[in-house]
Design a protein around this ligand. Structure first.
Ligand code: NAI
Length: 353
């Protein structure tokens, strides 16, 4: 494995491999940049088929956190951790504490939190051995707790901004939004959209998740394999990454793509394909920053009111990206990457197709 030559490496400051014999922990912590503050990003637990897959994922995610934190104006750099294993069967308090000791050894250069495969409860095991952890329980009025509703709020405000940029009005009443994935973020997003009068088409591979939003918000169920082809004003991907590729973009029947999922574009060049198709794409890490905003305020000891205030900054940042992209006839993802790298004081990157 040529780690330094991997495309995802992108000048990472540090990559730490950890193994704990008693618990069987195998984990990797990647720190992309601490230019703007301690590297912050969640800990993913996933049964990666190979170590190379795990390294590529943690590097890609860590770099993404640098961009996300920079664009959200947070005093955080970018980092991420992965634990190699099955979250349903391989987790224990001791394993998480062993991971916490790895985090602690970095003395605050990396701050962890929950991600796919880990929960708020897991982070309390991590917090037994280190203070460099966020996304824990909280008292009323304090920042923190489950980031998903905060992410959903940011995405909702971002959808309004995208619709306003595209059509001149942010009013969602009567507009149709197709939501892919009605999980932690998708469910709360549906609630906000329904409250604003939007018509919902919702798909999830879990029938119970779809039933819930259909019952509560009068959403129309859509088959998971068909949701990317649905006619709608907005597509909100809130499930998987890499769903926007040459094949799916050719079939889209929406004016705007704006959702929570990380790494929605299969390749950078797919952002240009969306632009060429006349579809306005809200760069994922700009619109889905609500969760990390909550984590940041929690870590530095803020209030819930401050979190909400910070999240209200997301639409303005998105609109700035949209305006620059239009002015320069460039894809929105290219503009967002450039803005993030300016903030990180890194050289512009050459986009690779
Ligand atoms: P989740 O795991 O709670 O929900 C994802 C949902 O998508 C599940 O209900 C799952 O059954 C469904 N799903 C999986 N494959 C699908 C498919 N092919 N078609 C339709 N539905 C499918 O995850 P969560 O927390 O809601 O996150 C959603 C996305 O947003 C992920 O990509 C995540 O990385 C991203 N994100 C989440 C944040 C958070 O605060 N939770 C913050 C930033 C990004």
């Amino acid at each position: 494995m040529e780690v330094f030559d991997m495309r995802e490496f992108d000048g990472h400051e540090l990559v730490l491999f950890g193994h704990d014999v008693p618990t069987g922990l195998r984990a990797i912590i990647a720190i992309h940049s601490t230019t703007l503050g301690p590297a912050a990003g969640g800990c993913r637990m996933w049964p990666y088929p190979t170590t190379t897959d795990a390294v590529a994922d943690v590097l890609r995610l860590s770099r993404g956190m640098s961009y996300k934190n920079a664009m959200a104006g947070l005093p955080f750099g970018g980092g991420k951790a992965v634990i190699i294993g099955d979250a349903r069967t391989g987790k224990s308090g001791e394993l998480l504490a062993a991971f916490g000791r790895m985090v602690d050894a970095l003395r605050g250069r990396y701050v962890t939190a929950e991600d796919v495969g880990t929960t708020t409860a897991d982070m309390s095991h991590v917090a037994r051995v280190t203070r460099y952890v966020s996304g824990l329980g909280r008292s009323p009025g304090e920042a923190g707790g489950d980031p998903a509703p905060k992410t959903a709020l940011g995405v909702f405000l971002g959808i309004q901004a995208a619709v306003r940029f595209h059509s001149g009005s942010a009013d969602l009443a009567g507009r149709t939004v197709a939501v892919q994935g009605a999980g932690g973020v998708g469910y709360h997003l549906c609630a906000l959209l329904a409250g604003a009068g939007a018509r919902l088409k919702v798909a999830d591979v879990l029938p119970s998740a779809v039933e819930r939003v259909c019952d509560e918000f009068r959403a129309t169920p859509v088959a998971a394999v068909k949701v990317l082809e649905e006619e709608a004003d907005v597509l909100a991907p809130c499930a998987l990454g890499a769903i926007l590729n040459a094949r799916s973009i050719a079939r889209l029947r929406v004016a705007v793509v704006a959702g929570a999922a990380n790494n929605q574009l299969a390749r950078d060049a797919d952002g240009e394909a969306l632009r060429a198709a006349g579809i306005l794409y809200a760069p994922d890490y700009v619109i889905n920053a609500g969760g990390i905003i909550s984590v940041a305020r929690e870590y530095y000891g803020g209030t819930e009111a401050q979190v909400l205030e910070d999240i209200r900054g997301i639409p303005a940042r998105l609109t700035e990206v949209f305006e620059r992209a239009r002015r320069e006839s460039r894809a929105t993802n290219e503009i967002a990457d450039r803005m993030a790298r300016e903030r990180l004081k890194r050289e512009p990157e050459r986009l690779v197709a």
